[in-house]
Design a binder for this molecule. Structure first.
Ligand code: UD1
Ligand code: PEP
Length: 425
């Protein structure tokens, strides 16, 4: 099992290219199952979750071509299986996203209940009740969701909870439903806007994505298309926090500041100088960060996927910051690991109070989920001495070559793989 070894060694300087967003690429890959022709997707990040999704699509029978330039073509015509097996689905939350497309295009689907980060109970009731409202018959048996519908019929759906993948599943299913569908209380995340763009390029008729009311006029079929996936706002935010913690001057390219305004606001509050251009963000930090209060909530508020990284920032900041996690009930697993590095944190229920210390000290730590892993990397960048992070397979689900990217900015970070020690830069 790979590990990461870090040594805190001062400011970060240089330029980085941000990858396509995992959480946009995954629904777009699932959406290809709706088409009658091959779909080309560009700017797909090279990540473990993407590989798992491609394996899942191949298992269903789709023909997948990877062109080596971050481009992937999926030909859904040979699909012959409508079963998403447990072995593939267990590692990844987004695998539930094949449910809506398979049902809408083929009239039935069996999808194992999904895995993903263990950051809460993460039910899928919103997905299932929405599909029922579109006319599907749904049962959950032996860990599988079984869905059938001779034909989906458009409906007005008021989602009980704001759910990102729930909105995406229903959006995809509704594109081929007969008549009009309205999704109310929809999630507004940029990845949903990106999925709607991809679907509209395939011939869907969707308006309102990015607002809480999405309108979908069902069409008879969807055709092939080409779509380039939006930049990863969480990867962007993670590298911005890295520079805010380590200090220095970093420019992130091929990203979009409008996707992470709430994060940039908090970085400025922490004392960073942030300037933005059409597709770049530059962060300069000349001082010890000031602690900030964070409250996670659905977009456009502060994202839960950036909570752990800001907790790491508060750990070495001047003053105290209160972090309130309102989305997931079990997303403070990084607290005990940060404490191993000398952080002063008191967590109680949804709230963690972090009192900044002048220095963290390196130690062996364990990654517990994707963003928790990222926060340990950030802490390791500024800790005195060596930090060894175990179980970084979580990190590989969501960060493309993190050790190379941080290494290029001057960080001392190395991956220790089973085959030996590999330098970052
Ligand atoms: C692959 C992907 O895009 N993952 C993102 C997606 O996850 P995901 O789509 O799983 O997250 P949701 O938006 O569905 O979850 C938000 C909250 O709603 C609850 N809920 C959700 C569905 C449901 O049927 N019932 C229910 O109670 C969840 O347990 C959670 O407490 O959005 C999260 C919130 O921004 C992000 O952290 C994840 O990175
Ligand atoms: C929680 C995340 O991923 P997933 O929903 O796939 O578990 C994440 O991207 O931070």
């Amino acid at each position: 099992m790979d590990k990461l070894l870090l040594r805190g060694n001062g400011p970060l300087r240089g330029e980085l290219r941000i990858s396509g967003a995992k959480n946009a690429a995954l629904p777009c890959l699932a959406a290809t199952l709706l088409a009658k022709e091959p779909v080309q997707l560009r700017n797909i990040p090279h990540l473990r979750d993407i590989t798992t999704t491609l394996e899942l699509l191949s298992t269903l029978g789709a023909r997948v071509l990877v062109d080596g330039q971050l481009g992937i073509e999926v030909d859904p015509r040979p699909v012959h299986s409508l079963v998403a097996p447990y072995e593939l689905v267990k590692t990844m939350r987004a695998s539930i996203l094949v449910l809506g497309p398979l049902l809408a295009r083929h009239g039935s689907a069996e999808v194992s209940l999904p895995g993903g980060c263990a950051i809460g109970s993460r039910p899928v009731s919103v997905h299932l009740s929405g599909l029922q409202a579109l006319g599907a018959e749904i049962t959950v048996e032996n860990g599988f969701v079984k869905a059938r519908a001779a034909k989906l019929i458009g409906a007005r759906i008021v989602m009980e909870i704001v759910s990102v993948t729930g909105t995406e599943n229903l959006l995809m299913a509704a594109t081929l439903a007969e008549g009009h569908t309205t999704l109310e209380n929809a999630a507004r995340e940029p990845e949903i806007v990106d999925l709607a763009r991809c679907l509209n390029a395939m011939g869907a008729r969707i308006s309102g994505a990015g607002t809480s009311v999405i309108e979908i006029e069902g069409v008879k079929e969807l055709h092939g298309a080409e779509h380039s996936v939006v930049a990863d706002r969480i990867e962007t935010g993670t590298y911005l926090v890295a520079a805010a913690m380590a200090g220095g001057d970093v420019c992130l390219k091929r990203t979009d500041a409008s996707l992470l305004e709430s994060v940039i606001l908090k970085l400025r509050e922490a004392g960073a100088e942030v300037t933005t251009g059409a597709d770049l963000i530059r962060l300069r930090m000349k001082q010890r960060p000031k602690a900030v209060d964070i409250r996670t909530a659905p977009f456009p508020a502060f994202p839960t996927d950036m909570q752990a990284q800001f907790m790491a920032l508060n750990c070495i900041a001047e003053g105290s910051g209160v972090i309130t996690e309102t989305i997931f009930e079990n997303r403070f697993m990084h607290v005990s690991e940060l404490q191993r590095l000398g952080a002063e944190i008191t967590a109680d229920g949804k709230t963690a109070v972090v009192r900044g210390v002048p220095k963290l000290r390196g130690a062996p730590v364990m990654a517990t989920d994707l963003r928790a892993s990222a926060c340990l990397v950030l802490a390791g960048l500024v800790a005195e001495g060596e930090t060894l992070i175990d179980r970084i397979y979580h990190l590989d689900r969501g960060y493309e070559v993190i050790e190379e990217k941080l290494g290029a900015l001057g960080a001392d970070i190395r991956r220790i793989s089973n085959s030996g020690l590999r330098s970052a830069s």
